[in-house]
Design a protein around this ligand. Structure first.
Ligand code: COA
Length: 285
């Protein structure tokens, strides 16, 4: 068994397909290009049997993700070992706050390593085939560079650290999902999205009010073009009534088959916005 840094050659979807995860090769490449020395694998007989990635924002907060062990290699301590290496790496780079979304399988492992619960996360899925419109995208023009820069600035104030790397990468990959809502020339909300293995995924998204939130959701979950996937989802903090009402209005239903807990280490002294997770996000005041 050999623990080593992940390389581009390791990018394959075997482990996340085995676990039924939605990430694509583009997601793995994004983690690697942000943290070329901060993503790790465990290799056995030239086969990658365990992975862990990090996504660091300005050395202030890092997101740990893609913690996946081949089912044939579980319950042997491999997951813990790789996670310890990942935490050690972040410690060495001086990042004090680490966050992740823990599945029920991963939660005990993280708790043992000192992660504490922040909140539960739910997945919501579009329940109806969206009305097909050939003109759907014409109502939301693509963002131009000056708007993107403004959004990055706004986002860094809301979020608490610069995450323009992530937002730019999502925009460049799927500009059709990047939208903003303006009032008096200032962004009131913005959203990014990405294609997934089985569903398109909304996030990160931020809205400064109900109207902006409604518009952003409407763009992603409203009418689609015939070429778009009909499967769409997002993940949100559990039990936030005003979000639930809004999601139901857009014909989304909660997935009973999926749950996760947002966890952090150490308990976070800085109040980051909810959206440090590249895989989920919402913020509706
Ligand atoms: C969650 C996951 C990463 C854990 O990986 P793992 O390699 O099985 O984890 P470990 O072996 O280090 O620890 C798991 C359990 O095995 C036990 N264990 C460790 N070494 C052992 C050994 N030699 N013999 C028997 N049990 C052992 C651990 O004590 C732990 O038990 P516990 O859960 O009762 O505390 C793996 O189940 C997985 O990939 N799941 C699917 C994807 C997923 O949910 N990932 C988590 C994302 S948050």
């Amino acid at each position: 068994m050999r623990l080593r840094i992940m390389t581009e050659q390791d990018v394959g979807l075997r482990l996340n397909t085995l676990s039924g995860w939605n990430q694509t090769a583009a997601d793995w490449h994004r983690f690697l290009s942000n943290s070329p020395r901060g993503c790790f694998v465990m290799e056995h007989d030239s086969k990658v049997v365990d992975t862990a990635t990090t996504l660091a924002y300005q050395n202030r907060v890092a997101w740990i993700g893609m913690v996946l062990v081949d089912p044939d290699y579980r319950k042997q301590g491999i997951g813990t070992q790789l996670l310890e290496k990942t935490i050690q790496h972040l410690d060495h780079t001086g990042i004090r706050t680490m966050k992740l979304a823990a599945t029920p399988l991963g939660k005990p492992l993280y708790a043992k390593l000192g992660f504490v619960d922040e909140y539960e996360i739910e997945r919501w899925i579009l329940k109806r085939p969206p009305a097909v419109s050939t003109t759907a995208r014409s109502t939301c023009p693509r963002l131009v560079p000056v708007q993107l820069e403004q959004i990055f600035q706004f986002d860094s104030e809301l979020f608490g650290a610069d995450r323009s790397f992530l937002l730019r990468s999502l925009h460049d990959q799927n500009p059709e999902f990047a939208v903003a809502v303006y009032e008096n020339g200032l962004p009131q909300g913005y959203a990014f999205g990405r294609r997934g293995l089985f569903a398109d995924h909304l996030g990160p998204w931020m809205a400064g009010g109900r109207v902006a939130a409604g518009k952003l959701l409407q763009v992603f979950f409203g009418p689609i073009t015939p070429r778009d996937s009909h499967r769409r989802l997002l993940e949100v903090q559990s039990g936030v009534g005003r979000i639930v009402a809004r999601l139901r209005l857009c014909s989304l239903g909660r997935s009973r088959a999926w749950s996760a807990a947002r966890m952090t280490i150490p308990a976070d002294p800085i109040r980051f916005a909810q959206s440090s997770d590249p895989n989920l996000d919402e913020s509706i005041p």
